[in-house]
Ligand binder design. Structure first.
Ligand SMILES: Cc1cc2nc3c(=O)[nH]c(=O)nc-3n(C[C@H](O)[C@H](O)[C@H](O)COP(=O)(O)O)c2cc1C
Length: 385
């Protein structure tokens, strides 16, 4: 593992790459350090992305969009391509298991004009990975590379990818030829030499190089294997090793369990990643990006405002409920059910004394007037705690 000084030696090069790839500069001495909203199914819809963007997300991602359904022009899927200029830079993520369908889907996605087309090589759930898409491709790297190459060749938009450390714990151990690829498989002279030199390497280190070779412009890595799903602690050491592999030129985005500004700073400092992707910690907490930036760069003039008091935060949650209802076709009940994940996980309602009954009522409410009345009551009772 390299030291922090090695990271700074690479900085001027990665700065140029970052500028081209749209990663935002936070301050002149902090060229990268983007904080991105992770793609999340049923969560990162336009309503939520808009709030995260307002409160400082440097890039937002749609939920993953099924390539086959896009090609078949299924209305509920094409709707997921809805993006607006206000949320840029925005990435639309697609998933699938066939190169041709993925290339066709990417061409369709390009008509929505996202800033990035992201490929999902990390989804662990059975209905996706079990069918050979998402993280399923970690067991068929030649196919994964074929898909990446087909998508890159199909569009002019930069194509990025998001993956995991490997399929299971066996992929975490350094091995010779860890991808199990035939030696001649799409290898550059440099890689051929390194293969013949037969130094053991880890799966993700090799995979990142191969994805770079086929034209992926940025790689996001969730520090877990497929087998881990969402359990255990994300392991950032391998993410750091990918970032500090001298053959890697593309930006590396680290992901997994970043919930506090202290941890975000630590991940930047220890592992040198170009950006951090934040997932679950954004639930009911879209201002987390601005909060993190305020803590990490207290002297920066570019900090976005964010809600501080409980009343201010509840006002944002109410706004989210209304925009979620709009996104759900003005179906009040559907929009509220869609927002419940955010109520359930929001830090605004964490640790309040004697909150159990109110929490149950909040998670059962089915109309805006009920939800808002309960929220007003919460502010009145606990707002000054
Ligand atoms: C509800 C939910 C939905 C998700 N959907 C997607 C998805 O559509 N595409 C994707 O690449 N990852 C998806 N993920 C994974 C997240 O993007 C992220 O990698 C993971 O939550 C780890 O980051 P965190 O620890 O910051 O939450 C999802 C995660 C959750 C919790």
């Amino acid at each position: 593992m390299s030291t922090t000084n090695d990271f700074s030696a690479k900085r001027s090069f990665s700065e140029a790459v970052l500028q081209r790839s749209g990663l935002t500069a936070q301050r002149s001495d902090k060229p990268s350090r983007g904080l991105f909203l992770a793609p999340m199914e049923d969560v990162t819809d336009p309503a939520f992305r808009a709030l995260c963007k307002r409160y400082g997300a440097d890039r937002v991602y749609t939920e993953f969009v099924n390539a086959d359904a896009l090609v078949r022009d299924i209305a509920s899927t094409t709707r997921k391509l809805t993006i607006s200029d206000a949320e840029r830079p925005v990435a639309i993520q697609i998933y699938g298991r066939e190169p041709e369908a993925m290339a066709e889907a990417a061409r369709i996605v390009e008509t929505a004009h996202p800033d990035f087309i992201d490929i999902n090589f990390g989804c662990p759930v059975k209905k996706v990975a079990g069918k050979g898409a998402g993280a399923g491709l970690l067991r068929d790297v030649p196919k994964m590379l074929e898909i990446a190459k087909a998508v890159v060749n199909a569009v002019h938009t930069p194509v990025t990818a998001k993956t995991r450390l490997g399929w299971d714990e066996k992929d975490l151990v350094p091995r010779i030829n860890p991808l199990g690829l035939p030696k001649h498989f799409q290898l550059s002279t440099d890689q051929l030499l390194s293969t013949f030199n037969s130094q053991p390497s880890t799966f993700i280190l090799e995979l990142a190089e191969r994805l770079q070779d086929v034209g992926i412009t940025e790689l996001a890595i969730h520090g877990r294997t497929r087998a881990q799903m969402y359990t255990g602690k994300a392991d950032w050491t391998l993410i750091g090793e990918v970032k500090n592999n001298s053959r890697m030129r593309i930006p590396i985005i680290g992901n997994g369990d970043v919930c506090t500004p202290e941890r975000a700073r630590e991940c930047f400092d220890l592992y040198g990643v170009d950006a951090i992707m934040i997932g679950r910690a954004t639930f009911g907490n879209p201002w987390i990006f601005a909060e993190m930036k305020a803590a990490m760069y207290p002297d920066s003039p570019e900090k976005p405002d964010f809600p501080v008091t409980m009343a201010e935060k509840v006002a944002v949650l109410k706004e989210h409920v209304l925009s979620a209802i709009q996104w759900c076709g003005n179906d009040e009940r559907k929009g509220i059910v869609h927002s419940r994940r955010h109520f359930a996980a929001s830090p605004v309602f964490k640790g309040l004394p004697d909150f159990k009954q109110t929490r149950i009522a909040l998670l059962r409410a089915e109309t805006v007037s009920e939800v808002f009345a309960i929220m007003d009551d919460i502010v009145a009772r606990w707002g000054n705690d």
